[in-house]
Design a protein around this ligand. Structure first.
Ligand SMILES: [Zn+2]
Length: 233
């Protein structure tokens, strides 16, 4: 995979990022298969529409954080920091909506009381406990249109949640495992909870990719915290 060692530099065709403006349109791809038009990074979940004259591009979260793209809101041109804050707010709300839709789709496929419980839990926490994740992912696996389980964040920070993961069946742990960050996997593996089927292959490429996912994961956590603040207002 040549892309795993790519440094994701700005495409020359972009020119000066300051010349581009956000339209505030956000795309949330639940199959994680969007590509950034600024840096070329693929396997993206969230992309943001930017325009310059008659051109339109979609850029990734990393480029949002890296380049001073601005935008007009309520007739005012925002500076780069305010534009970024606006994008973060939109992102948090979009991620929440997407996850809620995914849960509701799964519920429509397999109407069970347990999924109603998952909805209540997610709406309250914006994350899933290991048990709720296993229930949801089993239902999601039956959906015709695939949804990547990585759109959800799983709670593993507390010992109680780690124990909850450890108490799941081997099959359920395999369902939840792909949604965990490398850091979460290492923590659970160190407690002896890694499912037997999940052999850690750590070639150089994989290690580099894991670092990237970890960075993306920490940003997502920050956004989720933001979402929490928003929902409490
Ligand atoms: Zn990018």
């Amino acid at each position: 995979m040549p892309t795993s060692r790519n440094r994701y530099t700005l495409s020359e065709a972009v020119g000066d990022p300051k010349d581009w403006s956000y339209t505030w349109a956000v795309t949330d791809d639940v199959t994680l298969s969007c590509t950034c038009d600024f840096c070329g990074q693929d396997e993206q979940r969230l992309t943001y529409e930017v325009t310059r004259d008659t051109c339109t591009l979609w850029i990734c979260q990393r480029c949002v954080g890296r380049y001073p793209v601005t935008g007009v809101l309520d007739g005012q041109r925002l500076d780069a920091a305010s534009a970024r804050a606006q994008i973060h707010g939109l992102t948090a709300r979009q991620k929440q909506r997407t996850c809620q839709e995914a849960i509701r789709k799964a519920q429509a496929e397999a109407p069970e009381a347990s999924l109603t419980e998952v909805i209540v839990y997610f709406d309250r926490n914006l994350q899933l406990s290991p048990h709720h994740a296993a229930v949801l992912f089993a239902a999601m696996a039956k959906l015709e249109e695939p949804i990547d389980v990585r759109i959800f964040e799983i709670q593993t920070r507390s010992t109680a949640h780690q124990d909850e993961f450890g108490a799941l069946s081997e099959c359920d742990r395999m369902l939840v495992w792909p949604a965990l960050s490398p850091l979460q996997r290492r923590r659970l593996a160190s407690r002896g909870f890694a499912p037997a089927g999940a052999q850690q292959r750590r070639s150089r490429g994989v290690a580099a990719r894991e670092t990237e996912l970890q960075l993306a994961g920490s940003r997502m956590t920050a956004l989720n915290e933001l979402a929490e603040i928003n929902s409490k207002q």
